[in-house]
Design a protein around this ligand. Structure first.
Ligand code: ATP
Ligand code: MG
Length: 336
C-alpha cells in the first residue's frame, strides 16, 4: 500500500510518501518567519502553509517517483495543533481525495510521533512504555498493541520541550532552544547548579516543568551578565540534567510497574543527546530493550503521519470528508 501523508499542525509544512514500511520521500519545510518573534505566530504559520503546501506535495511525489493516481490512500494530521494551520493540510487532502476517489484518514499528531519511532524499527514487540517528549507534550503511554494506547502519566503544566525553549529564551539562545542547550551542555558541568527535580511523589508518572523554568529565572537574576556568559555551558548542562533526570526515573518506574520489557522514545526532545545516552545506559543495566527513533523522525515530519495512516487504512478505518480540525485533540485510549 502506498500512502501520502501531510503534516501542517504547527510551523512545519511536510509531505511524505511511504510504501509499506519504506519511506520513499519525506519533505519538510520549516518556516523561518517565526524565529524573529521567539515563537510560532499562528496566522503567519497558516499563510506560510498555504504558500508551501503545493510545492512540498509535488516534491514529495516527484522524489518518490509516484503520480497522484498511484497513491492508495492519504493521511493528514487533524489535531492537536493550530486550527488555521491544521485546516490547510486537511482541506488540501480533501481536495486530493475528491480528485482521486481514494480514501483518507485523519491522524492525531501525537500518534504520529509514536509511529515516527516505529517507522524505523525492523521488528517491534509489545507492550512498550512510550515516553513522548515534544514541544507541547510530555506523556508516558503504555502501548499494548498497534493503535492501542493507555496514558499513564502526563505533564501538569509545561511540556519538557517548552522547558527547553523557555529556558533557552531566558539564556538568550534563540528559538527553538532545545538543540542549542543540548549543544552547549556537552561542554559544561552538569552539577554546576542544583536545579530542582519535580518528582511528584503522589503522582509518580505525572510531570511538572514550570518550576524548573522559574528556578532558572531566579538563578539568573542573582548572577551578573559576566558570570552568566562565563558559565553558560555549565548552566545549560545543569538545566538539561535536571529536565532529563526526571524523565529517566519516571520512565523506568513505569516499565517496572507495568512489567514492560521495552521502552521507546518519541517527539522532538527524543533528539536530545543526554536523554538518548542516559536511557541507553539504564536500559542496558536493567535488561530492557530500547527503541530509539532516528533523529530525522523525532521532530515534526509527514512520514510518521503516513505510517499511522497506513496502519489505519490497512484496518479499513477511514475518515469522512466532513472531518474537522481539532486543536485540542487527545490521544484516543483503548476501550474509551
Ligand atoms: N536536541 C534536543 N534537545 C532538547 N530538545 C530538543 C532537541 N531537539 C529538538 N528539541 C525540542 O523539541 C521540540 C520540537 O519538537 P516537536 O516538533 O515534536 O514539537 P511540536 O510539534 O512543536 O509539539 P507537539 O508535537 O507537542 O505538538 C522543541 O521544543 C525543541 O526545542
Ligand atoms: Mg510535534
Amino acid at each position: 500500500m502506498i500512502v501520502l501523508g501531510i503534516e501542517t499542525s504547527c510551523d512545519e509544512t511536510a509531505a511524505a510518501v511511504i510504501e509499506e514500511n519504506n519511506v520513499l520521500s519525506s519533505i519538510i519545510s520549516s518556516q523561518e518567519v517565526h524565529a524573529q518573534f521567539g515563537g510560532v505566530v499562528p496566522e503567519l504559520a497558516s499563510r506560510a502553509h498555504i504558500r508551501l503546501i503545493v510545492p512540498i506535495v509535488e516534491r514529495a511525489l516527484k522524489q518518490a517517483d509516484k503520480s497522484l493516481h498511484e497513491i492508495d490512500g492519504f493521511a493528514v494530521t487533524y489535531g492537536p495543533g493550530l486550527v488555521g494551520a491544521l485546516l490547510v493540510g486537511l482541506n488540501f487532502v480533501k481536495g486530493m481525495v475528491t480528485a482521486t476517489g481514494k480514501p483518507f484518514v485523519g491522524v492525531n499528531h501525537i500518534e504520529g510521533h509514536i509511529y515516527g519511532n516505529i517507522l524505523s524499527q525492523p521488528k517491534i514487540e509489545f507492550p512498550i512504555i512510550f515516553l513522548i517528549v515534544s514541544g507541547g507534550h510530555t506523556q508516558l503511554v503504555l502501548m499494548e498493541d498497534h493503535l492501542k494506547y493507555r496514558i499513564i502519566g502526563k505533564t501538569r503544566d509545561d511540556a519538557v520541550g517548552e522547558a527547553f525553549d523557555k529556558g533557552a529564551k531566558l539564556l538568550g539562545l534563540g528559538y527553538p532552544g532545545g538543540p542549542m542547550i543540548d549543544k552547549l551542555a556537552q561542554k559544561g558541568d552538569p552539577d554546576f547548579v542544583k536545579f530542582p527535580r519535580a518528582m511528584l511523589k503522589n503522582a509518580p508518572f505525572d510531570f511538572s516543568y514550570s518550576g524548573l523554568k522559574t528556578s532558572l529565572l531566579v538563578y539568573l537574576k542573582n548572577i551578573s551578565e559576566e558570570e552568566k556568559q562565563k558559565h553558560l555551558n555549565d548552566i545549560c548542562a545543569s538545566y538539561q540534567k535536571a529536565a532529563v533526570e526526571v524523565l529517566i526515573k519516571k520512565t523506568l518506574l513505569a516499565a517496572r510497574k507495568y512489567k514492560a520489557k521495552r521502552i521507546a522514545l518519541a517527539g522532538g526532545v527524543a533528539a536530545n543527546s543526554l536523554l538518548r545516552s542516559w536511557l541507553q545506559k539504564v536500559c542496558e543495566q536493567e535488561g530492557l530493550e530500547l527503541y530509539l527513533p532516528e533523529l530525522k523522525y523525532c521532530t515534526d515530519n509527514a512520514a510518521m503521519i503516513a505510517r499511522v495512516g497506513l496502519e489505519y487504512l490497512k484496518h479499513g478505518i477511514t475518515s469522512p470528508l466532513t472531518l474537522n480540525a481539532y486543536p485540542a485533540l487527545k490521544l484516543k485510549e483503548a476501550g474509551k
